[in-house]
Design a protein. Sequence first.
Length: 700
Amino acid sequence: MATSPKQRPFVLDPLFRSVRGLPGIGPKLAKNLERLVGGETLRDLLFHKPIEIINRKVAASITDLPAGQTGSLVLKVERHTPNPRRSIPYRVDTQDNAGHVLTLVFFHAHRDYIQKILPIGEEVLISGRIENYQGKRQMTHPDYILPLSEKDQIPEIEPVYPMTQGLTGKTLTKAISAALEQVPDLPEWLDNALLTKQKWPNWKQAIQELHRPKDGAALSADNPARQRLAYDELLSSQLALALLRHHTKTTHGRQLTGSGDLRAKLRAALPFTLTSAQERALEAIFADMSEPKKMLRLLQGDVGSGKTIVALMAALQAVETGAQAAIMAPTEILARQHAQSIGTLCDQIGVKTVTLTGRDKGKTREALLSQIADGSAQIIVGTHALFQDSVIFHDLGLAVIDEQHRFGVHQRMQLSEKGADADTLVMTATPIPRTLTLTLYGDMDVSRLDEKPPGRKPIDTRLLSLDRVDELAASLKRKTAEGNRVYWVCPLVEESEKIDLAAAEDRYMALKDAFGDRIGLVHGRMKTEDKDKTMNAFANGELDILVATTVIEVGVNVPEATIMVIEHAERFGLSQLHQLRGRVGRGSAQSHCFLLYGKLSETGKARLKVMRDSEDGFYLAEKDLDLRGMGDVLGTKQSGMPEMRLADLENHRSLLEMARDDARLTVEKDPKLSSERGEALKTLLHLFDRSKAIQYFRAG
């Protein structure tokens, strides 16, 4: 969301003018342009990066340009071959100085116009894509046809942009060119030593070079202008997070020290001993909560590492002081599961828990809201329903947010703001590469649970060709007869729920012949009640096999499930495969995971082998990033990832580290950004709409 003109430095005003003021951009074209560039301003237009470079340097001869290449030639017009029917192409034969012939082809041509721009006997400058057709060279609808006197109108190096319907390349290029004429000189927010060392241009020069490249190397991620712009974007993001962190750390919080009585009772009630990783995390969390400052901590726990108990311990520290704790999950299934596991333990130690989701209506909801408001509900478990204005806490001391990457920073802040000075603990079971941790959670302290509870056996992971699916189904028949339960996850097909659903239904019907009524199906389009009913039937042992789309990725805890089958495993990211595999291996019995694959690329083979050989989620996450790139490494499209328009996290990882260090040091030295560089950095924050961070340094 753009900062308001009142807040924004005056120097940025030209960049926040509407694209509707550009020459040739009327109301209809403006809508198409705004949709393409993701905004209404010249800034949005200038942040629309080219994806390719066309070299239109004039070639000496037709033979110098291979088929499929775009280029420019000086040609003499020899002959017109019009056609009586416009449905048949109009052809114009031309030749270069060496006598080589190139035919220009026009479909649905206006004869008078073609004869006017290509007069017989004249030399003209032609630019376009060369093709071979029936053994002859031709060019269909040249991009440029100009008299030699106007040859300066063709750029030698021309950027090519992502496009949308209703816009032409020429219209977009003309709009960008007009916008570049209005780019102001901005104060330099980067340190001079850094600029000199990296040999980076100033911001205005960099944005000009982005759209007026000198050569093909201009598109490279390590081009100085591209690096400069990427660093600016990364720095704005890291500076915003550093300001948020500073604000949190220096904002008055509350000391939630507690007596330790409830935590001692919980330890006594647990049938197991906490791992040393859990103890380390709790030590840090308890220390944070005891400080008179707000806690903002990320708990990264690999699948099955015991985050829920850590969250409950933290909640009890808040409850011991008379405050409430809220635990928010991304789905109703996971919220109810948390409520069940936490509720059972809390009942034993005399702590009142309630669960609030979107399903609760009418009098039931009113009763729950009343208990939350009067404080009789001490721990509240729920979904995003906890964000709603009607939910008023008596005294919220701790907000625990599970699978934060499903929500985003704004929602996290929304919940923590429901309690004056509430501490925040964010949890994720998705192992996140360091690069993404910096990008998503740079404002937080981080704890990692990198151990599994004792007694859990490694999961036996095997790769199996889809050709052997019938053989696998037969062996599962024997396994289920012995009491084992099976998850069967169906392929991920791009973003089409319909195709996902069809694949799951087909597999369900194929297996139903063998397993009869002992098989169930869950998918994202089912009603929550029906989904829960099927999941519960599986958990209770009424079903042997649960066929599912990736809806089961986060949540479902069935210790009796010992077999995971993932169909078309090559279509999933390593992190997501790891999440799915983590649905089994939760009891003491030996568990198995079968990765069924179809056609495999070399990268696909490498990824599945890594998956087979390791159960370390953090290692897998880093490998996924290396093998697949940023793509969908979190295993979800709703990742909360800030949208980068100029930076490319795959190629600019080292710049991200630099930006993080730069931002931290800056905020340590100048938290109000009141120095000369600090004032310039405020301009940077406004340029990238980091307005929330600007509020923080205004508030001090």
